[in-house]
Write a protein that binds this ligand. Structure first.
Ligand SMILES: [Zn+2]
Length: 490
């Protein structure tokens, strides 16, 4: 908007002529029209969201292996007119798809995930039954729906902008390897989210509502020890046991627990404890997670664990190597965006799931011997105060500390079933679950339209973000120079 100033009559005539031209171009729509148009566009893309949801479910590719899934989503975005850059931030399965009208701003980002989980694959039936095609991995977290819903939202928002004459940029981020907390961490370090006005994200779930609790900051790390092999009985004095160092390290961590605040969580597995008892283990190691409500606490606990490992190495005359695999912050909530999404969730409503999906839910619950409450079709109210954080961590947190970000869930699986399991993998391959992705796409496209047409909403979200961040600047938790673990694994 330009400000009005007194004009000379000649300038006035020129402006009047320009105004006639402006009036001939499509005028920016009112919020409500743009929002409704976005919802209608998603409705018209029903076939697209179904195709993407089911195709990704069939592929069920795990973290950083999601090549076919990523290609499939990219193809849909390119066909819809997006410019796509693939292989961003050093990950072949990461992409950024962009479409712009006008001078570029404002910019709305929509995050898409598509990685599956190893070992939880299941046929789309209410009992444990391996898939006929032998694929052992499965969409137990519903990222097939996540990717499909987010891409559909991006396409619908682009069509709305064209149709309603709304300027701005819509970007769909293909963020791989969420389950291993990799994708967005490296994309954030690359600065790919820096110029966004806001980021929108959803997640399949057993309920529907706006996320109103934060997640835990976390470091994912490995400690490995190298010693000296020797015969366990004939010359153990020549050996230096890497396993002894592991035992001292885990004992040290367990003593440390008493002296950290109750918000901290530390858990580990012994990945390698040697091969046979009659060889002093030359190599041994643990894989661990350390979490807390604040990034600074995680840094402090991590440093303590490093000291424990170095002490263990000295005491056992072995060598320690501590490697940080990845790390994340705690999620920053954004109240103005939460309220905007809540209003759109209530406008759109929960899906009208088919009877077959309700029956599927009850049969699964009966088989699992849990309450047969079917599908949760209520929308959770948005409480004034954020809830106590769940125990988990997410790499969406990185984005939330770079730009105002909001997340919500839509029911995609029966109430009370175990998440990240065969049961949720089965549910997410059903037609009924696709309606969750469609509903999420409507809510994201509508909120995207709100953001593009309302400078007030963008400003409120930005000032809430700035106040919450204070003088903190986003800093990647990754060690400088660390590359994403693609090719050959870790
Ligand atoms: Zn997930």
């Amino acid at each position: 908007m330009t400000s009005l100033r007194p004009l000379s009559s000649a300038a006035g005539a020129a402006v009047a002529a320009a105004l006639v031209l402006v009036a001939a171009a499509p005028a920016p729509a009112q919020d409500a029209d743009a929002r409704q148009a976005a919802i209608d566009e998603v409705e018209a893309l029903g076939g697209t969201v179904h195709d993407m949801s089911m195709t990704l479910w069939e592929y069920a590719e795990t973290a950083l292996e999601e090549q076919q899934s990523s290609d499939h989503l990219v193809r849909h975005l390119e066909e819809a007119g997006f410019e796509v850059e693939e292989g961003v931030a050093g990950m072949p399965t990461a992409f950024v798809a962009e479409w712009t009208r006008g001078s570029g701003g404002p910019k709305v980002g929509i995050l898409a995930e598509y990685d599956a989980l190893p070992g939880v694959g299941n046929a789309p039936v209410p009992e444990r039954q391996p898939r006929e095609d032998g694929v052992a991995s499965g969409h137990g977290c519903g990222h097939n729906l996540f990717g499909a819903g987010s891409v559909t939202a991006g396409i619908a928002l682009k069509r709305t902008m064209e149709e309603q004459g709304i300027d701005g940029t819509v970007r769909v981020y293909g963020t791989p390897a969420e389950e291993t907390l990799i994708g967005k961490v490296y994309m954030a370090r690359e600065g790919l989210f820096d110029d966004l006005d806001a980021a929108l994200v959803w997640h399949p779930s057993t309920d529907t509502g706006v996320s109103n609790s934060t997640s835990l900051a976390m470091n994912n790390f490995r400690v490995s020890f190298s010693g000296q092999a020797a015969h366990g009985a004939s010359d153990p004095w020549n050996g230096r046991s890497a396993l002894d160092a592991v035992e001292l390290t885990t004992h040290g961590i367990n003593l440390m627990r008493e002296h950290v605040r109750p918000t901290a969580r530390i858990h580990y597995v012994v990945e390698n404890g040697g091969d046979v008892p009659n060889v002093v283990p030359e190599q041994a190691g643990i894989w661990g997670f350390v979490r807390d409500t604040a990034r600074s606490s995680v840094d402090a606990h991590y440093e303590w664990i490093e000291n424990i490992a170095r002490g263990a190495a000295r005491g056992t005359r072995t060598e320690a190597e501590v490697t940080m695999v990845t790390g994340v912050h705690a999620t920053l909530l954004n109240r103005p965006l939460q309220e905007a999404v809540q209003a759109n969730l209530e406008r759109v409503g929960t899906p009208d799931y088919p009877q077959s999906f309700h029956r599927f839910a009850e049969e699964m619950q009966a088989g699992l011997e849990i309450e047969q409450e079917g599908l949760d079709t209520e929308i959770e109210p948005l409480e004034d105060e954020p809830g106590a954080g769940g125990g988990g961590s997410t790499d969406v947190a990185e984005v939330s500390r770079i730009t105002p970000t909001v997340s919500f869930s839509v029911t995609s699986a029966p109430a009370g079933v175990p998440w990240h399991s065969w049961a949720t993998s089965a549910a997410h391959g059903r037609d009924g679950a696709v309606l969750a992705a469609e509903t999420a796409a409507k809510v994201m496209a509508a909120t995207g339209a709100d953001l593009l047409t309302s400078p007030e909403l963008r400003e409120e979200a930005r000032s809430f973000f700035e106040e919450a961040m204070g003088d903190e600047e986003y800093e990647s938790p990754l060690p400088p120079g660390q590359e994403p673990p693609v090719g050959g694994g870790e």
